[in-house]
Write a protein that binds this ligand. Structure first.
Ligand SMILES: Cc1ncc(COP(=O)(O)O)c(C=O)c1O
Length: 341
């Protein structure tokens, strides 16, 4: 994510917009644990210890969180106020100083698969265009087919200026990420400095790249993006059975990327206190039964709220060449899932 932030900044400088440096992000978001990415993240629990080290960057109020609309609206009365909050923030910050806006198309770790209302990202794109601000989408979790499209942002027909993909590119096992950008950004840097002034010891690592190519090839051959869409609808339909439990407040998702939010009282959407560690309890119980989920907390207000993410493999059991290995398909030892808030 920091590579994208730096690429955006160099783009602005190389085309003569020296004043544009701020990156606006959202509360209830996660973009990474290194200090720059943590500054942009809106995850209270992960920021708390490091707060004095974190650079202050502007955050808009919340992602599109319809279950807990920050404006107290119902879907029928919603005019995408949460998207318009970006415009207000750009105006407060000064459009001449804003380089980019960064968001997860479907929020992952911090709230459990928050799918925005139709029109949200289209509005965000319009606002970014109006103020000459780059749109960076964080598809570290949602990219490479997870939601039933190559990239989740495609669900809304929006073309961002940068996409960051990672987890799925290495099939969740091998460390590799990619920042994908437009010809416009590429040309500006080519005609400006000529080089992107950035890099790491293991950038362009041949083994990682070979793994990424093999994964993409596998996904193509097995048509896993379409499978993710198909199995995702099935998963969501079946997960709705969980509503029979009064502690299940909301079930949501897109493709094979689903979330379940837990509440003390469904009528009031009241949360359990963080001390109860409800998300970790559910995570551990699921693990005991052979299901790996991703527990998280703090979605409701940074501190309160419990959810799990459910993101099963997009390949079928028969496809996976190592499915004969019992420990991979059914974990046998209990583990303690840490509380993520
Ligand atoms: C949406 C999202 N963005 C960014 C990151 C950070 O990726 P990394 O840990 O590779 O820096 C994560 C990691 O979980 C993530 O889920």
């Amino acid at each position: 994510m920091e590579t994208a932030v730096k690429l955006a900044r160099q783009y602005q400088v190389d085309r003569g917009k020296h004043m544009k440096f701020k990156v606006i992000s959202r509360w209830t978001s996660y973009h990474g644990n290194t200090l720059g990415a943590l500054a942009l993240s809106g995850h209270t629990g992960r920021r708390r210890y490091y707060q004095p080290l974190i650079q202050h960057t502007p955050h808009i109020v919340l992602p599109a969180y319809c279950y807990r609309c920050p404006f107290g609206l119902k879907p029928e009365s919603c005019q995408l106020e949460c998207a318009d909050d970006l415009e207000k923030t750009i105006l407060y910050e000064g459009p001449d100083s804003v380089s980019a806006f960064m968001a997860e198309p479907v929020v992952g770790a911090t709230a459990g698969a928050l799918v925005p209302k139709n029109g949200y990202f289209q509005r965000i794109r319009e606002i970014c265009n109006r103020y000459d601000v780059l749109l960076i989408v964080d598809e570290v979790m949602t990219g490479i087919g997870r939601t039933g499209r190559n990239f989740a942002i495609e669900h809304w027909g929006v073309a961002p200026d940068m996409i960051v993909g990672a987890k799925g590119l290495g099939a969740g096992y091998y460390p590799i990420f990619a920042v994908i950008t437009t010809e416009d950004v590429h040309e500006a840097i080519k005609n400006g400095n000529g080089n992107f002034v950035h890099g790491h010891t293991y950038s362009q690592n041949p083994l990682a790249c070979a793994t990424g190519i093999a994964v993409l090839d596998y996904i193509d051959r097995h048509d896993l993006v379409a499978r993710s869409a198909k199995m995702g609808s099935y998963l969501l339909e079946k997960l709705k059975i969980l509503y029979r439990h009064s502690m299940v407040g909301d079930v949501r998702g897109l493709g094979l990327f689903a979330g379940v939010e837990f509440v003390r009282r469904r009528e009031t959407r009241e949360t359990f206190g963080p001390a109860l560690k409800v998300n970790a309890l559910v995570g551990n119980l699921a693990f005991d039964k052979g299901l790996i989920v991703y527990p998280g907390g703090g979605g409701a207000d940074g501190v309160n709220g419990d959810h799990i993410l459910i993101a099963p493999p997009s390949s079928s059991r028969q496809d996976r060449s190592m499915s004969w290995w019992p420990s991979l398909t059914r974990p046998s030892r209990r583990r303690n899932v840490p509380l993520h808030a």
